[in-house]
Every structure is written in C-alpha cells, then in structure tokens.
Design a protein around this ligand. Structure first.
Ligand code: SAH
Ligand code: SF4
Length: 412
C-alpha cells in the first residue's frame, strides 16, 4: 500500500477570480509566483504596463512587511486597494490553538478554510528557539500516506496536500506571532536584517512527506527564499524526506535547498519495517540518489536522520553498518531520541546507548549531534504531530503526560 494513493492527493486547485464570490472563496495572493500574481491582476483589469510594478509593490507588502490587510498598503491608491480587496485575500489562517512549551518551543494548530468542495483542515507548525537561531518546522500535508511505524503522523490518514499558500502561511503567521516583521511605521522598502530575526531556519519536517507534494512545496520554498521577500537563505532551509527517490534529484536541481533523509535503519529488512517506502525504493537506490544530489559537497552535506529505538536499531553493529553505508557521501548524522506517543510499542534507546552510538560514529569522522527533544510536553517534537479530528482524547493525553513524567528527563 505504500505510496499507491499519494499521486491522487493533489493540492486543491485555486478558485477562479470572480468579484461575485464570497470572502472565503476569493483567491489568495499568497503562494503565487510573480507570473501567476501578474496573471490574476490582468484578469481583474490592471493594465499590462502596470502589472510588473503592481506585482513588486504587493510582493513587498506581503513578504517584506508581512501585512495581511490591503488597507495598510500606504503607497497603493485607495481605489486600487479596494479593487484588490474585493477580488483577493491575503488573510492568515485561523489559529485554533497556540501552545508554549516550558522550553520555549511554540506550537500552533492552524485551520485553513475549505477548498472547493472540501472541508476545513487543521495542521501543526512548530517554532524551536535555540542559542543564536530559531527554526520553524513546517507541514506539507494534512496527515501522511506513509506509515512509518514509529511516527505519530503516520497513524493519521492523508486528508490532502497543502497548497503553496498554506505552506507559506505557516511561515507568515509564525513571523507575525513572533514579531519578526518590521514595524508598520518603518519606511517603505525596509528589509529586516537577517541577524535580528527570530526565524533563521526552516525545516520541512512537520506533518507529511514533502516530496509527495513536490510542486506546491517547490513553489512555497522558492518564495520563502526569494531575496526580495522573505529571503531565507536556501542553505537555511532543509527538506526532509523518507526517501522518495525519483524526486530527490529534482529537489536539488529545481529548489536547491538542503536535504535530509530519514534513514533510521541500515539494512533493507529492518528499514522495510520502520520506513515502509523502503520496499519501493531500497537503500541502494536511496544512497545512489544521495550521491547524485546536485551541489553536494563537504560544505553542503546531506543530513541523515536516525531515530534511536531501543533494541531495534541502536546496536554498535548498526553504527558500523551506518558508516559503511554512507562511505563517500558528505554527510551529517542526526541522532534523534525517539519521542513517545500514546499507543506506540517502541521505546527510546537508553541515554548511555545513544552516547555510545554517537561516539562510535564520531570516531569514524562524522558529525553526529544528538537532537535534543524539544517541546515534548506539548507534543511538538519530531513525529508527535497529529491534528484535526484525531487530536488526542483527554484520557490519552493524561496517559501521555504520566508517561512523560516517568520518561526521559533530557529536556531539563
Ligand atoms: N515525512 C518526512 C518529514 C517529516 S518527519 C520524513 O519522514 O522525513 C520529520 C522527522 O521526524 C523524520 O526524520 C522522521 O522520521 C522523524 N520522526 C518521526 N516520528 C518520530 C518519533 N516518534 N520520534 C523521533 N523522530 C521521529
Ligand atoms: Fe510520514 Fe515522515 Fe511520519 Fe514517515 S516519518 S509517516 S514519511 S511524516
């Protein structure tokens, strides 16, 4: 069943421009590239000779200044603003819940309005502040069609792909909430200096498999890294995939962001169980695709994520296999302590074993940071995201909290 139904889960198409439509059905200007925005402007009667200027003006308001209301676009004439408002939206999604962890991690549960005949969907976005940087973890799908056995999101069926608008809106909303856009009264054209920003990095590591939603993810990331807009450096954007081999080359070629691979096992028999897409694209093919990743070098290494599961994949034999497998691939190995969730049969490896595993890999010359679990108390850590109708029932939550109290104390 792995990957069979994903291609049918296309992102919903955008509504056509029509002044008669209700507010919720107006097309959003967020997530469109300049050409698409220009086409929409043309459709509502903006003259050809103005299109380029209007696009760059509105682009600046949306992505540099972060406005979500046409009325504050001071250098746009009043009747033009009214016309834009009548035809388009630049509104943010609704925040259903905002949680702040005791370690400063923030998690937003966001609701997007129905698309076409669909129903509203909810997804989660997580902000992780660290010394000298802040990372936003963004979702690409509602749920996931893959069924990695250790992942909470994998227990939720795919509802649909997110549109580029919805993917980018997660970044815009997080920047709003964190005060990461310039003040309203700063002069037009002010760019937020990269050093002062709260969100310095973005990872496609939230809900979903980004490479099963390639086109929308590509569009969103190209806008997020646009130098005249949100201007996140492509070196600070990482896309994580469970191993959708046919799309890996395109990711480097067409998007140009950093790549992370959810490896988790170094033998096909074990990886088939943990990351079932491995049956379709086994390790040999996956590593070959990594070797061919455009731009790969010692300065632009691939991150291999490896979740530490007690007595499953955490032996020194596995560590040895890992080094052999990655021989000659410029890599960083990111060890992720398993984050528990209610109903899982896995346990996190003992801390001493994780350290032994890390030391072994380090001795072989690989950087192998152990990822500190963040935001576990609000279920914001890797693999804990789940949403929508499937949010935890209160009894589950209480059981989970009890598990956390007796569980690992690495957050402290
Ligand atoms: N679908 C993509 C990106 C989202 S998952 C992928 O699989 O790469 C982000 C990372 O969290 C992946 O490396 C995933 O394997 C890992 N992960 C999933 N569940 C986890 C859990 N319970 N504990 C720790 N890491 C987990
Ligand atoms: Fe989907 Fe990634 Fe979770 Fe696997 S680890 S089920 S690909 S979100």
């Amino acid at each position: 069943m792995v990957g069979t139904d994903v291609m049918t889960a296309a992102a919903p198409t955008r509504p056509a421009v029509s002044p008669a439509k209700g507010q919720a059905e107006k097309p959003s200007l967020i997530g469109l590239n300049r050409e698409e925005m220009g086409d929409l402007f043309r459709e509502v009667g903006i003259p050809d000779r103005q299109i380029k200027m209007r696009v760059s003006q509105i682009w600046n308001w949306i992505y540099v200044r972060g406005v979500s209301d046409f009325d504050v676009m001071a250098n746009v004439a009043k009747d033009m603003r009214a016309m834009l408002k009548q035809n388009f939206t630049i509104a943010r999604p609704e925040i259903v819940e905002e949680q702040v962890s005791n370690d400063g991690t923030r998690k937003w549960l966001l609701r997007f309005p129905p698309r076409g005949a669909g129903r509203p969907v909810e997804i989660e976005t997580v902000y992780i502040p660290e010394e000298g940087r802040g990372t936003l973890c963004v979702s690409s799908q509602v749920g996931c069609t893959l069924t990695c056995s250790f992942c909470h999101t994998g227990t939720q069926r795919l509802v649909r792909n997110l549109t580029s608008e919805e993917i980018l809106s997660q970044l815009l909303l997080a920047r709003d909430r964190l005060g990461d856009f310039p003040d309203r009264d700063m002069p037009i054209g002010t760019m937020m200096p990269a050093e002062g920003r709260k969100i310095t990095n973005m990872v496609m590591m939230g809900m979903g498999e980004p490479l099963y939603n390639f086109e929308e993810v590509k569009k969103a990331l190209l806008i997020a890294s646009d130098g005249d807009g949100l201007s996140l450096s492509k070196r600070r954007i990482t896309l994580s995939t469970s191993g959708v081999v046919p799309e890996i080359f395109r990711t480097g070629e067409e998007i140009g962001v950093m790549l992370a691979i959810s490896l988790h096992a170094v033998r096909d028999d074990l990886r088939d169980m943990l990351v079932p897409i491995n049956k379709k694209y086994p390790l040999k093919d996956l590593i070959a695709a990594c070797r061919a990743y455009p731009g790969l070098s010692n300065a632009r290494r691939i991150t291999f994520e490896y979740v530490m599961l007690k007595d499953v994949n955490d032996s020194l034999e596995d560590a040895k296999g890992l080094i052999q497998l990655l021989k000659g691939v410029p890599s960083k190995i990111n060890l992720i302590p398993f984050n528990p969730w209610p109903g899982t049969n896995y346990q996190c490896s003992d801390w001493a074993q994780i350290e032994k595993f890390a030391d072994f890999i380090n001795a072989a010359g690989y950087a192998s940071p152990i990822r500190t679990p963040r935001g576990r108390d609000i279920l914001a850590a890797c693999g804990q995201l789940k949403s929508d109708s499937e949010r935890m029932r209160k009894t589950d939550r209480l059981a989970f909290e009890a598990m956390m109290i007796v569980g690992h104390g690495e957050d402290d």
